[in-house]
Design a protein around this ligand. Structure first.
Ligand code: SF4
Length: 620
């Protein structure tokens, strides 16, 4: 087996303590076993892992890893994983970013970058192919992410340089801080921006000029030509370009899964004021796309009049529109655009911020917190101005915002009475799909290796389509399938949306990969490797203290019946959830406490994890 393309076989290491960089040559076994992207990131995190490392300390590493297909001529190949131990959850975390940034890193000649240590002053990293320098970023202190990107390009004197940066929230180590690139593409979840902030790293600017290696360019081009044609002929292709993920608002509202008033409800009466049609008719001025993407799901919107006039933003997509729309009771689309803009500029995750603000509105509504707790600012459903103020307070860690900046765990620590209404798993706030109507979605959230994030498993549509009353074994298998195929896209460095939204055949990705590296892989082989990485991230989390008790969906799914809409009255049954979790563990080859068995670890090529699992197992 010999790799003939797809990789440079190089990882760039940056030690900010020493202001040094070095390049590590990767061997073929590592490259193919972990594929790239999230797989490489998880393995590198495992190799540096110490159980007592504070995520925001210089010892924690952060890995930026585009996959082997990133930047190649094939549809939607512009994705990059950013992996570390998350300050939001305290366990393994990663987030995925689109745009061009990762592609540029590859063009500089690196398959991944590992950053550790802490720079002596606020700095940025300038990667100009092999010329790598750490430069002062004191001039950019406190600057927003979008402005930093603009200013850095101007200062470097090259508009084509790609920049990933943090805003003031990242500098202040707000635990929901994100990393932003390409004017609003975000690695939003699990607080990766706070880690850059803890390392005094304001930004990374890259100029790469190399061609990417491909083993069989003719074969790759042939498959890609056909794939682009096939996608562009899909009957939803043009609609997708027009609305992107904003089309999900109508689906989620009709299906009764849209978060409404902090997930108290799953149907929003005013959904037709915040949907894709409103965006298209009144706000949209353009499209954006990640590298090589014909779907171009990014919507550029402008607020033309009213109190938020002049706001221009690439976004929102569904999650942001739901979390700053129905979930906080706002039905003014221009307010959603403003919230999106503020989050991008300050550099905070829209899902987590929207979720925690809605928690505080409900807490105030129910007298669970006082006006004094809220710095004297009353919070009410639909009050967009107080939402904007809360976003600002979180980003700058001001007053109540300082507690929210600590994430779900921080909020519960200060106000334990709010635990039943903070919708999180393992400290990560739930994405914008209710889980009471589909036990598979609850299981997907509960067992996700990074917390309650839909990108790991989104089985809710299938379960609703099938009518919910089917075998629990099959439901557990559906979740495992999602948790295997979806992360594979992150490992390859491509976007999953052509597969999800336009039914693109995932077997084609095995063909792309085979053509890129010059070795034949089937989809089944790649899925096996993806499953191995899931066992690896599970092993990381077990080492960090995760137990079965952490594999549970937000309390609300068991306690509070849905109020209105097609699923009114619905809650999940606790015993049934316990039963499906047992089944899930068994089908995954994990013991009854959720620890991968020795056999499972061996089958995943993770023999070195066996020793670490021993002290975690209960005495037999
Ligand atoms: S579908 Fe959207 S997120 Fe995916 S690659 Fe295309 S533009 Fe990027």
């Amino acid at each position: 087996m010999s790799i003939n393309g797809g990789y440079f076989m190089k990882v760039l290491h940056v030690d900010l303590n020493e202001c040094k960089t070095y390049v590590e040559e990767v061997d073929e076994e590592f490259a193919l076993k972990y594929i790239g992207g999230r797989g490489w990131g998880a393995r590198l995190v495992w190799e540096h892992l110490k159980e007592d490392t504070d995520p925001l300390s210089p010892e924690n590493i952060i890995v930026i890893a585009p996959g082997p297909l990133s930047g190649l001529y094939l549809p939607s190949a512009g994705k990059t994983s950013i992996c570390s131990i998350s300050p939001t959850t305290g366990i393994y975390g990663d987030s995925n970013i689109g745009g061009m940034f990762g592609v540029e890193l590859r063009q500089a000649g690196f398959d991944a970058m590992v950053i550790k240590g802490k720079a002596p002053e606020l700095s940025y990293l300038w990667i100009d192919d092999d010329d790598i320098q750490l430069k002062s970023a004191e001039n950019y202190a406190g600057m927003g992410s979008i402005e930093t990107e603009h200013q850095l390009r101007e200062d470097i004197g090259d508009e084509t340089v790609k920049v990933a940066s943090i805003g003031p929230a990242g500098e202040k180590m707000v635990k929901m801080a994100c990393i932003t690139a390409d004017w609003g593409r975000n690695a939003g979840r699990t607080g990766m921006g706070a880690i850059l902030g803890s390392k005094n790293l304001k930004a990374i600017a890259i100029r790469g000029t190399r061609d990417l290696p491909v083993a069989d360019l003719k074969r790759l081009t042939g498959i890609s030509d056909k794939s682009f044609k096939k996608l562009s002929r899909h009957n939803l292709f043009e609609f997708w370009q027009r609305q992107g993920l904003m089309s999900v608002i109508d689906y989620a509202n009709t299906a009764g899964i849209i978060p409404t008033h902090n997930f108290k409800d799953t149907h929003f009466e005013e959904a037709d004021k915040i949907n894709g049609d409103v965006m298209e008719l009144e706000y949209k001025i353009g499209d954006t796309a990640c590298f090589g993407c014909p779907m171009a799901c990014g919507n550029v919107n402008l607020v033309k009049d009213g109190k938020y006039a002049g706001t221009v933003i690439e976004g929102p997509e569904y999650e942001t529109a739901a979390m700053f729309g129905s979930n906080v009771g706002v039905s003014d689309f221009s307010a959603i655009l403003r919230a999106n803009y503020l989050c991008d500029e300050y550099g905070i995750d829209t899902i987590t911020a929207g979720s925690l603000i809605s928690v505080m509105i409900e807490a105030y509504e129910k007298d669970l917190v006082t006006l004094e707790d809220l710095d004297g600012m009353a919070l009410n459903w639909g009050d967009d101005e107080s939402v904007m103020e809360m976003i600002r307070k979180i980003a700058f860690r001001e007053g109540v915002g300082d507690t929210l900046a600590e994430g779900a765990y921080g909020v519960i620590e200060r106000w334990p009475q709010l635990a039943p209404i903070v919708n999180h798993v393992k400290g990560l706030d739930q994405s914008a799909y209710d889980a009471r109507v589909a036990i598979t979605m609850a299981l997907g959230y509960a067992t996700s290796d990074i917390g309650a994030h839909h990108a790991r498993a989104w089985p809710v549509a299938k379960e609703l389509e099938m009518g919910c009353n089917w075998d629990l074994n099959e439901k557990a298998d559906l979740v495992i399938y999602h948790q295997t195929v979806r992360p594979l896209f992150d490992m390859l460095g491509v976007c999953r949306l052509p597969w999800i939204e336009l039914g693109f055949d995932e077997n084609t990705y095995a063909e792309f990969f085979s053509a890129a590296v010059g070795i034949e892989f089937t989809l089944e082989e790649l899925l096996k490797l993806s499953n191995d990485v899931y066992n690896l991230t599970r092993a990381i989390n077990i080492r960090l203290g995760l137990t079965r008790d952490d594999d549970r969906p937000p309390e609300r799914v068991f306690n509070d019946p849905i109020k209105t809409g097609p699923h009114a009255g619905k809650v999940l049954n606790r015993d049934e959830f316990r039963e499906i979790l047992d089944i899930y563990y068994q089908r995954r080859g994990w013991d009854n406490d959720g620890i991968p068995t020795d056999e499972t670890l061996k089958a995943s090529g993770l023999e070195d994890a066996i020793e670490y699992m021993k002290p975690k197992r209960k005495a037999e």
